[in-house]
Design a protein around this ligand. Structure first.
Ligand code: CMC
Length: 392
């Protein structure tokens, strides 16, 4: 019993080596392939960031154009995939649908897939990055009973997603440049975050040589929880529950009460013990979007009051519980008109490129082994098994 180093939640154990993303949580630094996140968020678009994550360096104009053309050529999904949606209950959570349908992609790309071939692995990543917005928008359309909208390849990645979400046969949705830009920033800020629960899940699933589309579905499942990607949905639900600024203190007190399991959603991070650098960009974007749109959202007042209390209250200060990326992203998504149930789906879409980059990196690392953690057994031993008829 108890022979192995026990590190619940991997607080101090590196599960791999990686060249993709660097985080210094104490200093609030996040870099992808050596590029600072605020630099990327302010100067690149999401597909450039995808290129950086998948290829290790910024693209030249020619490489970028080529990449955009590859991604736009893969945005369609097989018509048969629509049948999978029709099997879901009309009120199924969109994450449940995305998890199932992404897993189902493995049935379209399996028999001739050779994951030892670098080009084929790249193609998997391209397909997934391209098809995730289509699948995400299909989940939304199915949930509200509207027909699926086909992708438009003349639009940017973010514009096309908004088009597939909000166009209806009678009326093409006019994509506002402000909203498309904000959407693109949300995609960038969620693109990768090294060995979080969902990325580690993808790596672990992939370490057995499993089909990559099934591995990404495992990542979607892991992301869904409220302690991870589900926090943006949980955060907005919490802001709605608080409702007005007068009730902020009551909820802060609940979060501090150890007898109450309630936590302030959108606060705290396993790695950042300083401001989350993604939250800094998201906060600015949030204010920009709301002022450009002229949106006066009372939830923003609640959010700002909550942020102020939490940044000043000794409980949050001592425990270094700063607002994280999901604290602000929900408010922006709400302003764009995205329903709360789609928030985590958007996180999954954005993170798909990170999952693919890690899956690909893992498979090329020398000495790559199947992930197989050990355990310290705490149960009983050497008991005698009594057959059923001896229990009389
Ligand atoms: N509200 C109140 N207390 C908190 C909170 C919170 N949001 N987060 C942590 N604490 C307290 C916790 O009770 C514990 O107190 P004590 O030391 O007295 O027992 C202490 O702070 C440390 O918490 P922990 O749970 O041991 O920390 P962790 O690193 O395991 O958890 C976390 C990190 C993000 C799961 C947690 O802070 C949390 O549940 N936050 C709310 C959910 C959330 O916003 N998640 C999104 C994370 S960012 C997006 C992503 O990358 O997925």
């Amino acid at each position: 019993k108890g022979y192995f180093t026990y590190d619940p939640g991997f607080l101090a154990t590196a599960s791999c080596e990686s060249e993709i993303t660097f985080i210094d949580g104490g200093k609030g630094i996040l870099q992808h392939r050596g590029y600072a996140i605020d630099d990327l968020a302010n100067n690149a678009d999401y597909l450039e960031v995808c290129y950086v994550l998948l290829n290790g360096h910024a693209p030249s104009q020619e490489q970028y154009d080529d990449f955009v053309s590859i991604i736009t050529n893969h945005t369609m999904v097989h018509e048969k995939l629509a049948n999978f949606f029709r099997g879901f209950m009309h009120d199924a959570h969109p994450m449940a649908m995305v998890c199932g349908v992404v897993g189902a992609l493995s049935s379209f790309y399996h028999s001739d897939l050779d994951i030892t071939d670098a080009d084929q692995r790249k193609r998997c990543a391209h397909r997934l990055v391209a098809k995730m917005p289509t699948i995400a928008a299909m989940a939304y359309k199915y949930s509200i009973g509207q027909p699926f909208v086909y992708p438009r390849n003349d639009l940017s990645y973010a514009e096309n997603f908004l088009h597939m979400m909000f166009s209806v046969p009678a009326e093409e949705y006019k994509v506002s440049p402000t909203l498309a830009k904000a959407m693109d920033k949300i995609f960038i800020l969620h693109a990768d975050h090294e060995q979080n629960a969902s990325t580690s899940t993808v790596r672990l699933a992939g370490s057995s040589g499993a089909n990559p589309y099934a591995c990404i579905a495992a990542g979607v499942a892991s992301l869904w929880g409220p302690a991870h990607g589900g926090a943006n949905e949980a955060c907005l639900t919490m802001l709605e529950e608080i409702g007005n600024v007068d009730r902020v203190d009551e909820f802060v007190a609940k979060a501090k009460d150890k007898a109450d399991p309630f936590r302030l959603m959108g606060f705290g991070h396993r790695v950042y013990k300083n401001f989350d650098p993604r939250a800094t960009v998201m906060r600015e974007t949030c204010h920009q979007v709301l002022s450009e749109l002229g949106v006066e959202d009372p939830l923003l007042d609640v959010a700002m009051a909550l942020e102020k209390v939490a940044l000043e209250d000794p409980y949050f200060v001592e425990k270094k519980l700063y607002p994280n990326v999901d604290f602000y992203s929900g408010i922006i998504l709400k302003a764009i008109g995205i329903p709360t149930s789609m928030f985590t789906v958007i996180f999954a879409m954005s993170r798909t490129v990170g999952w693919c980059a890690h899956w690909d990196e893992m498979l090329t690392q020398p000495g790559q082994k199947i992930g197989r953690p050990r355990q310290n057994y705490t149960g009983e031993l050497n008991k005698e098994f009594k057959p059923l008829d001896s229990h009389k």
